[in-house]
Write a protein that binds this ligand. Structure first.
Ligand SMILES: [Cu+2]
Length: 153
């Protein structure tokens, strides 16, 4: 009886709530943080989302797909400069090695959202779904920043 009571008490102990700021969501094997996108103008139909994904597990993790209810299409892109021209290439997956952090940042990896339902307004938070090989589907929140972007913490 005593053991059961202790177990119930543990269940009733408030667990830390997911912090929505900067898209942080506690997850057993992944630490996803600093998720942001710039605000968009009235006529802008697409935007890029940036974030950091740290693999806390001992297995190689793979980001397989992305999605958002704010956009009709979401893709993993990588920007690169070739002969002075910026190009974006679609990536099928992104590998995150054990203990490593992969940063999606301006000029490199990003999540491209196209056909936004409405312009993104500074201060908004919107959900983004990330599907991983091992961790499965993870929903995070993306912070809409001003034009300057997010100051890394
Ligand atoms: Cu892109």
């Amino acid at each position: 009886m005593k053991k059961i009571l202790i177990n119930i008490l543990i269940l009733l102990t408030p667990v830390s709530l997911p912090a929505v700021a900067h898209g942080t969501e506690p997850h057993a094997a992944l630490d996803i943080s600093q998720a942001w996108a710039r605000k968009t103008g009235a006529r802008t139909a697409s935007t890029a989302v940036y974030l950091d994904i740290k693999n806390l597990s001992e297995k190689v993790e793979k980001l397989l797909s992305v999605g958002s209810n704010r956009a009709s299409m979401a893709m993993i892109h990588r920007s690169s400069e070739q002969d002075g021209i910026m190009r974006m290439e679609m990536q099928d997956t992104v590998e995150i090695r054990p203990g490593a952090t992969v940063s999606f940042e301006p000029g490199g990896l990003h999540i491209m959202l196209t056909n936004l339902d409405e312009p993104l307004k500074q201060g908004q938070l919107f959900p983004l779904r990330l599907t991983f090989e091992h961790a499965g589907e993870v929903e995070i929140f993306v912070e809409v920043t001003g034009i300057a972007g997010l100051e890394k913490q």
